[in-house]
Design a protein around this ligand. Structure first.
Ligand SMILES: NC(=O)c1ccc[n+]([C@@H]2O[C@H](COP(=O)([O-])OP(=O)(O)OC[C@H]3O[C@@H](n4cnc5c(N)ncnc54)[C@H](O)[C@@H]3O)[C@@H](O)[C@H]2O)c1
Length: 333
């Protein structure tokens, strides 16, 4: 459904990152004005193409408040900025809590100060714990294993408190595995270090990286490898438009919503699809299981449809791999 944002401004915190850049492009396509707030710790200036940006670090409370003051007409904020590398969180929890939790608190305080009263927050399926209950419903117990998941759950709770006490409206998205790239190939996944399966497997297939490490082939799944729910980044971006529309229309004032496809693929199924799309086999070595990797994670995606009218349109696995391959090949040329 095409919703016109009527030239309204939207602050996109973390808009220079992988998902943020796709969100900005989609906001512009829907007639809105994305304003990126980012400290460029992981994002890229070249990924900001659809509006102005403010260089600001959320950990700096005063600077964050000032950035919001200069855009005090903005009502809607999308919060994607965070430390995301799970292994780093285990090693340096204090930096992780500082960036994610203190950063989010500063953001909430600045929003309250300027009267920006709508927030769309990027949480994660990593807030759920080990469970056999697949597909995962939003009502599943949240008992995160990693520091990363714990920081995201803490932010979810802070946002709920702001809603209860101050009436802040919100949609908290629990994304599953973001993947793929914009169809044009102009933006895509550029994490450094890259820990995600698809870009690393594509690099290995192209002969540009080391053999891929397949962490564990002895899981209790049909082929022994972990199962995840891969959702195209363009679909994730479109879900944000549905969230803005739903909050604008007052259809809901607060919601926690899984953003996934409802379908799981194993690591080996991904490698098979990569070979089909690229014509290249992915060289890999089997390594021991990584601590904290759950056997399988895939979403119950019905709530997103019910609450936001959202369902994925771009997330068939072949399209995910094709668009990612298209983006990375351009990068490597
Ligand atoms: N990529 C996935 O598969 C996935 C899955 C679930 C949830 N998420 C969540 O989605 C969000 C975006 O993920 P991504 O893959 O685009 O990550 P990314 O690292 O590409 O983007 C994050 C952006 O936030 C910025 N940032 C970080 N700390 C900041 C700070 N203190 N102040 C200002 N800017 C700061 C970075 O510079 C970067 O541009 C994250 O919050 C992540 O936890 C991602």
């Amino acid at each position: 459904m095409h919703y016109n944002l009527n030239n309204n401004p939207v602050i996109v915190v973390g808009g220079a990152g992988y998902i943020g850049a796709h969100v900005c492009k989609t906001i512009a396509k829907h007639g809105g004005r994305p304003i990126v707030f980012d400290n460029f710790s992981a994002g890229h200036k070249h990924a900001i193409k659809w509006g102005p940006h403010v260089e600001v670090d959320l950990r700096d409370r005063k600077a964050t408040q000032k950035a919001f003051e200069t855009h005090s007409d903005v009502k809607t904020v999308i919060h994607l900025a965070s430390s995301i590398e799970v292994g780093i969180g285990e090693k340096y929890p204090s930096e992780f809590y500082d960036n994610n939790v203190s950063g989010a608190l500063n953001l909430l305080m600045a929003m309250k100060y300027t009267g920006a009263d709508r927030l769309i927050f990027s949480s994660t399926c990593a807030t759920y714990g080990e469970t056999q209950n697949m597909p995962l419903l939003e009502t599943e117990v949240q008992n995160p294993f990693s520091v990363y998941g714990k920081t995201k759950l803490a932010i979810e709770h802070m946002i709920q408190s702001y809603h209860k006490a101050y009436g802040m409206k919100y949609v908290t998205f629990r994304y599953f595995n973001a993947s793929g790239a914009d169809a044009s190939g102009e933006i895509g996944e550029e994490h450094d270090p890259e820990t995600h399966l698809i870009p690393n497997a594509l690099k290995a297939a192209a002969g540009l990286g080391p053999k891929m490490k397949l962490f564990g082939a002895d899981y209790d799944t049909p082929d022994g490898t972990c199962i995840r729910d891969y959702i195209h980044v363009t679909d994730i971006a479109l879900a944000h438009i549905d969230a803005i529309r739903t909050l604008d229309e007052g259809a809901t004032t607060h919601a926690e919503v899984n953003i996934g496809t409802g379908e799981g693929y194993s690591v080996l199924e991904i490698l098979t699809m990569i070979q089909k799309v690229t014509g290249l086999p992915v060289p890999y070595d089997i390594s021991p299981r990584r601590e904290g990797d759950l056997t399988q994670l895939y979403a119950d995606a019905t709530n997103a449809k019910k609450v936001l009218g959202f369902s994925p349109q771009h997330s068939d696995l072949e399209n995910i791999i094709k668009t990612a391959w298209n983006f990375h090949r351009k990068q490597w040329e």
